[in-house]
Design a protein around this ligand. Structure first.
Ligand SMILES: CC(C)(COP(=O)(O)OP(=O)(O)OC[C@H]1O[C@@H](n2cnc3c(N)ncnc32)[C@H](O)[C@@H]1OP(=O)(O)O)[C@@H](O)C(=O)NCCC(=O)NCCS
Length: 170
């Protein structure tokens, strides 16, 4: 089985916050950050698998501190763990106040991507080799998150069976 180092999928993106990016609190709009997160995570998943990928789920996006127009926002993303065709991607969002240099972890997120072959069917992906303490911590705790995800997926399927599909005007 082929294996790839975490560093092979590590990806960074640093942005400024423009007036069109903020909400009515003058902090970065959450939906904008979620779009950045999905974007960078998909690049990590492609770099790890060298396949086309789809987002299967986003476990969580934890907004830990507000992101202000005076901050730069740096996203770091890498594949932490793989199943057969699925990849867990971790995204860490670090802000830096450009006036003082003070840094904060502004958000973290775990997402799952699935690699697809040329027939759009799930494709086997390489396993992950973690090296740093942070990579090892995330890799070692990933199986537990994958089990919770599987449970939630089954519950979500059962839940959706009870939902109506008629529109209000019908
Ligand atoms: C994700 C998707 C390809 C899975 O296809 P599927 O036919 O259900 O495939 P399987 O049941 O064989 O699952 C394949 C893998 O995906 C994982 N998976 C499927 N749904 C998942 C979910 N909601 N969360 C996490 N992992 C999921 C499975 O655990 C399995 O992992 P493994 O191969 O590592 O064991 C399919 O559900 C899909 O295309 N969804 C829509 C994706 C999309 O449109 N994303 C947004 C735009 S990119």
């Amino acid at each position: 089985m082929e294996k790839r180092y975490v560093k092979e999928s590590r990806t960074y993106k640093t942005s400024r916050i423009f007036p069109t990016d903020v909400n009515n609190h003058n902090t970065l709009f959450g939906g904008k950050l979620m779009s950045y997160i999905d974007d960078i995570a998909s690049i990590s998943a492609c770099k790890h698998s060298r396949c086309s990928v789809v987002t299967a789920s986003t476990d969580s996006v934890d907004f830990l501190s507000p992101i202000r127009p005076t901050d730069s926002v740096c996203l770091e993303s890498f594949v932490t763990w793989t199943g057969k065709s699925s990849m867990e991607v971790f995204v860490k969002v670090i802000t830096e106040d450009l006036r003082t240099g003070k840094r904060d972890i502004a958000a973290t997120s775990f997402l799952t991507f699935v690699a697809l072959d040329e027939n759009k069917k799930p494709a086997i992906v390489p396993q992950v080799i973690p090296e740093t303490n942070e990579e090892i911590m995330l890799h070692d705790s990933a199986k537990q998150r994958a089990d919770m995800r599987k449970y939630r997926r089954e519950e979500s399927k059962k839940f959706s069976d009870h939902l109506l599909m008629n529109f209000p005007w019908e």
